[in-house]
Ligand binder design. Sequence first.
Ligand SMILES: Nc1ncnc2c1ncn2[C@@H]1O[C@H](COP(=O)(O)OP(=O)(O)O)[C@@H](O)[C@H]1O
Ligand SMILES: [Mg+2]
Length: 361
Amino acid sequence: MSDLCIGLMSGTSCDGIDAAAVDFAQHPPTLVDTHYEPYPTALKVAVQAVSDGSDDRLDDVMALSVSLSKAYANCANRLIAKLGGVIPRAIGSHGQTVRHRPEAGFTVQLGSGAIIAQMTDIPTVTDFRSMDIALGGQGAPLVPAFHNAVFRSTAEDRVIVNIGGIANLTLLKSGLDTIGFDTGPGNTLLDHWFRAHHDGAFDENGLWSSQGVVIESLLASMLDDPYFSKAAPKSTGLEYFNLKWLSGNLSGAEKPADVQATLRALTARSIAKAIDQTGADVAAVFICGGGARNSALIQEIQAVIPTVEISTTAALGIDPQWVEASAFAWLAHQRLAQQPGNLSSVTGASRLAILGSLYLP
Ligand SMILES: Nc1ncnc2c1ncn2[C@@H]1O[C@H](COP(=O)(O)OP(=O)(O)O)[C@@H](O)[C@H]1O
Ligand SMILES: [Mg+2]
């Protein structure tokens, strides 16, 4: 008997939808099948237009939410078609974050569970973050709870680093509550700076960044941002780390490739700094998320923390590309079981809580 849930993840990189079908009948859960659906350009442009914190019209935002919901449902249906007749118990859909302001009491993920449930005929869970925020938490990151459930080991202390648009880390240390927080920009500044100077979505393998030289003064001024030294719990988003934030640090005289090299260094150094902030003497770091495929970035992280062994979550049994989508399958599974999805040691919420709104078809 399988116990299958689907997770749909569309992160701040705004690249598309990762869908993972995960079987929870075994421990650790197994990734049964996956599907990736890039966002059509029009959807990407529309999401980016409302993600940067500028003013938006509610009609446009809700129309975008409906379009996204249909894209999520179509993506789920394509994955379901690969499952050979096995019907998933639920879909967990993260949605598309277009605003994240926990300090103001809200976070907004577009995408309607009602539409997805209707189009797939599968119970659908959405809105995973707001209960945690209502309990005084950051509502983010949520993946550390999943990392804790599947990657914790009594034999070894581990750090899991998820490099999406924003990067987050999880410390899994024996005898210690799980620690996790957003470290700052992962790929987002690299992506946006690349797109400002090239056609194409991102700096493949960090090749362009490798043609530049790190500008130490720029790196220092960016790392001076109070976010990097702030104590956890903390989370952030594109309304903060965006090209406007970058411009505030630039003189305008820099060579574009040098800026790209410096942004790569910023991601690497801020991750290293965050590992240091946990105070743990970590021996093993496992990377996941799209940033795991940026070989220049991974090499730089390794260079910054040479004594730590760096690999990807593939070494722990889950392909780095599918960890976050698997986490939302797990969160849907937790919701069905009426089990908590958050960790108050991570988000700062006053207690553990069942997360997500469940829509029945
Ligand atoms: N081959 C690659 N070289 C460099 N960067 C890559 C590569 N593959 C993926 N990426 C980066 O990963 C991002 C997508 O990561 P993803 O984990 O989907 O983030 P999110 O969860 O924010 O959507 C891309 O925007 C890009 O920055
Ligand atoms: Mg993505």
